[in-house]
Each structure stands twice: as C-alpha cells, then as structure tokens.
Design a protein around this ligand. Sequence first.
Ligand code: ATP
Length: 309
Amino acid sequence: ELQFASAVEVLMSYYPHVKKAVGASEKIFEYVDRQPQVPPEGSLAPKVLRGNVHMKNITFAYPKRPDTPVLKGFSLELKPGEVTALVGPSGAGKSTCVSLLERFYQPQDGEILLDEQPLYSYQNQYLHDKIAVVSQEPVLFARSVRENIKYGREGATDEEMIRAAELANAHTFISDLSKGYDTDAGEKGGQVSGGQKQRIAIARALIRQPKILVLDDATSSLDTESEHLVSVCNFNQCAVLLIAHKLSTVEKANHIIFLKDGEVIEEGTHEELLGKGGAYAQLVEKQNTAFQRSAEEGSDANVHFTGSK
Ligand code: ATP
C-alpha cells in the first residue's frame, strides 16, 4: 500500500507534464525513469530572453549504458533569428541532443548555457514556455484544429491562431478542409495527413511565441518548406534547431552541423560544406544521383540518412 502511495505521489508531482500529454501515457513512465538524472529546478525567469543556446563540449552516456558515450565533446550554438540544422546518420546522437536541451538528462561533462546561464538555473515552467519542441510524431487531440492550435496558449485569439498557422504554412490547407478550423484533427477525423499534423503542431508551438523552436523533421514533411523556416526565425527572432533526416530540408539553414557517432565531423553553410568535398558533399552527390535515377525510372528514391550508418 505504501509503495502504491509513493508511486501515486511521484505521478502527481508530474501532474503539470501529464496534463500537457493527455493521451501519451507512456510519457509518464519516461519522465519517472528520467527523474534521478536531472538537478533540482532553478529560479531564473528573466523578463527578456535573447534565446542564445550554447552546448559546450558535451559528453553524454545514457544511464543504461554508462560506458558508451553517445555524444563526445559535442558543441552547438543556436542564435536568435537563425536556423541551425543537425544532420547525420541514424544513431549519430541527434535526438539525444534534443533530450538534453529539454533537460530530460544531464550531461556527464560539458555545459548547456541559455543566454550565458546554465540551463538548470532556470525555472522549469519558464523553459517550457520558451523552448518549444515539435517531435517526430506530434500528438493531436481528437478536437478541432482550432482547439489544437489554441491549446498552445490559453486565451489566444483567432487572429493569433491564424498568424501562427500562416507561419507554420498550415493556414492554406486548413482553410481548404471541409470545416476549416473546426475540422476534427484527431484520428477519427481522418482528414489530416502526417505532414499536416506536424504543421498544426508547429502552429501550436508558435502561438506560444517561443524563443527556441526545435523541429524533428522525421517524416521530411517540411521538405519543400525550408524557406518557410526562415520566416519562422524572423518571427519573434526565434532560434530554430532543425533535426533533419534528409538533406533537401537543410540547404537554406544558416548553419549545418554534421554529426557522426556522437562527434561533429563537419560544419558550415550548405555552400561551404559542398566546397569541402567531405561527408556532407558526398551525401548530397549520392542524393542527386538517386534523384536522377528516380526521375529516369519514375520512382521516388530520395536518400535518407536512416540506415546509412
Ligand atoms: P535517428 O536519425 O535514427 O533518429 P539519432 O541521430 O537521433 O538517430 P539518437 O536517437 O540520439 O540518434 O541515438 C544515439 C545513440 O544513443 C544510439 O546508439 C541509440 O541506440 C542510443 N540511445 C538512444 N536512446 C537511448 C536510451 N534511452 N538508452 C540507451 N541508449 C539510447
């Protein structure tokens, strides 16, 4: 009975998170699993946040495999108004980097700074408000598109909702749905595709006016919209981290980081990396060849990183 009571206590302490994740009950157990890793909550909640993120020389191993670091001396900077893209083969450590930014884990070595202060010195709710993460498979509620977007911020107006949807490149397709913003976005609605769900989730994130936006573009649904990301950056001078699993999404990024086996092996702009003729350039070439072949054969043969370890 006591055990049950303490388990309930642990769950209750996660109530704010649970509230945010209705329908994603497995998340509860992820949080409980992760809890001992993270230092206590800090007290910083500055009125003005520029949104500079600096991950410095991070070394990190998961608790289950303490002898196998998945990030080794990893560094990354996110700047307001800029898109930074993280690319690399499956298992390179891209999603791990996002988990650290979300404070699910604590690196064994190195530090993560937000506006020059350690990430852990900020209040959790503050970080939650300022850092928006749109995951590979965002959860939408079985409610209207309107409610799903407005869920991002209590009291949001229709104008704010439309502005966020426009920025997320979702307004046009939403307007074309049978009931527009009143269309059911849940599974039963069946009208909304995977890529469109992700764009609704981006609108829900943007309505909060975050300073840092992390997009895990697993389905490459943002593929044709990389230019749109630039306007997302201009909005509220947001810093965008794009986890890209396909190259075509990242060409417009201000900075591209190529990660392999937990280490940065190349970084620069698309043009700079092409000029270097290294791993990135080779992948671009491979993708172009596959693209040409698919054009000749009339099939879709885009090269993904996944499986190319
Ligand atoms: P993908 O493109 O396939 O999503 P990724 O670059 O995001 O890959 P990560 O998911 O960060 O890679 O994984 C990096 C390494 O850490 C992999 O070897 C993976 O098996 C391992 N890993 C990921 N999550 C955990 C975990 N919870 N516990 C232990 N090891 C993990």
